[in-house]
Design a protein around this ligand. Structure first.
Ligand code: PMP
Length: 426
């Protein structure tokens, strides 16, 4: 029986890989194969992911921040299922109660005067809306962003993003975007003027390798925007909803944006959803003349809103932002201890809450370590814009025992990586 299951799993792996080769993305398949990720995922529960062979992994990649509640959270699934049976998608004609309830809930949680919400289906769509709203609200077109930033891969969000290799092949992108070094107040000050519609920032750069700015950066960005009546857009797609130890990363600095984007964790790891929040002043300009100036067929559908509402309720009821702060400290201090044992391999471990990055001496060492970590039952991943950094963004519901297992797997992975390097260099 066991043998048959194992043969079955092997067949599913091989057939799926072949379909990737023929119908999906052969280059991606090769990349996944290199690190040992060329196997089919099958089930998720909490912080644990299983493949078809029945191997279990602690998921520290967490869908790049999607699985804050873990995989397949029963309460989110229940809320979605209840809604799904009645009316999964909006008719787009009548009032939509889950959309109204979710928007009210977001307003009660969001910082400052953020009161209105436009719901879409992904992070990049949330950013597209933010950029369009900033233009309309100010009547200006210039946007200042940061080098290394990641805001998505549709044209507007890509124009805002700060990694050339994703942008160059698609030029010309949107005009009016400039990029300054992240965390550099003087550079921001010099780039913003009276023609600037908005500054767009991630409170912590995620894909660029968990870059935390100096403490006075966001307050300075707020001040600089105000001085020129430009808007501040904070992209909390990855940092938002408890990940960094507060509900929103900007709370720590006492800074509130004019526009804020959310996605990833908002759907509870069950349904895709994006959100763009704005102040009454912004909304008055965006929708005053034409309420349908910006729309989305699927955005705001009942099923996604029910998932998001349940997610926010769970985050609050279980105080998961505070949990992220406590567990993040434990994980980060453990990773730093491992780092001190392998100073030649690892340069730094840094992070806030459960948004943690470990920086390798070079990206090839990082590649070897990811594969070794997988063999030890833990999934972590590269950051898209900085392959020297391995990212740990586990579910906020990860248990202390699981954190201990992650740390011991990481230690073993580095030992094996060191042994492999010694062999290669011998
Ligand atoms: N903004 C930030 C800060 C992100 O990290 C991401 C995704 N990594 C996005 C936007 C884009 O989100 P999506 O992939 O859902 O379009």
């Amino acid at each position: 029986m066991e043998q048959e299951n194992s043969r079955n799993a092997e067949r599913i792996n091989a057939e799926t890989a072949e379909k990737y080769q023929k119908y999906v993305n052969p280059t991606a398949l090769n990349l996944l194969r290199l690190a040992g990720f060329d196997r089919v995922e099958s089930e998720g529960c909490g912080a644990v992911l299983r493949d078809v062979e029945g191997n279990e992994y602690i998921d520290c990649l967490g869908g790049y921040g999607v699985f804050s509640l873990g995989h397949a959270h029963p309460k989110v699934i229940e809320a979605v299922y209840a809604q799904m049976k009645r009316l999964p998608l909006s008719s787009k004609t009548f009032l939509n109660k889950p959309l109204a309830d979710l928007s009210e809930k977001l307003a009660s949680l969001a910082p400052g005067d953020l009161q209105y919400t436009f719901i879409s289906n992904s992070g990049t769509e949330a950013v597209e809306a933010a950029l369009k709203f900033a233009r309309i609200a100010t009547g200006r077109t210039k946007i200042v962003s940061t080098i290394g930033s990641y805001h998505g891969k549709t044209f507007g969000a890509l124009s805002a993003s700060g990694r050339e290799s994703y942008k160059k092949p698609f030029e010309p992108l949107l005009p009016g975007f400039s990029h300054v070094p992240f965390g550099d107040i003087a550079a921001l000050e010099a780039a913003v003027d009276d023609e600037t519609a908005a500054v767009i920032l991630e409170p912590i750069q995620g894909e660029n390798g968990i870059r935390i700015p100096p403490d006075d950066y966001l307050p300075a960005a707020r001040r600089i925007c105000d001085a020129h009546q430009a808007l501040l857009i904070l992209d909390e797609v990855q940092t938002g909803l408890g990940r960094t130890g507060t509900m929103f990363a900007c709370e720590r600095y006492g800074v509130a944006p004019d526009i804020m984007t959310l996605a990833k964790a908002l759907g509870g790891g069950v349904v895709p959803i994006g959100a763009t929040m704005g102040t009454p002043a912004v909304w008055a300009k965006v929708f005053a003349e034409n309420p349908y100036l910006h729309t989305s067929t699927f955005g705001g559908n009942e099923m996604a809103c029910a998932a998001a509402l349940a997610t926010l309720e769970i985050l609050e009821a279980e105080d998961l932002p505070a949990q992220a702060a406590i567990k993040g400290e434990k994980l980060l201090s453990g990773l730093r201890q491992v780092q001190s044992r392998y100073p030649d391999l690892l340069e730094e471990a840094r992070g806030r809450g459960l948004m943690i990055g470990v920086e390798f001496a070079d990206s090839d060492i990082g590649k070897l370590a990811i594969g070794a970590l997988l063999k030890n039952g833990v999934i972590a991943a590269y950051t898209l814009n900085n392959p020297k950094v391995m990212r740990f963004e586990p579910p906020l519901i990860i248990t202390d025992v699981q954190i201990e297992r992650v740390l011991s797997a990481f230690d073993s992975a580095l030992r094996e990586t060191q042994e492999l390097l010694d062999e290669l260099l011998a």
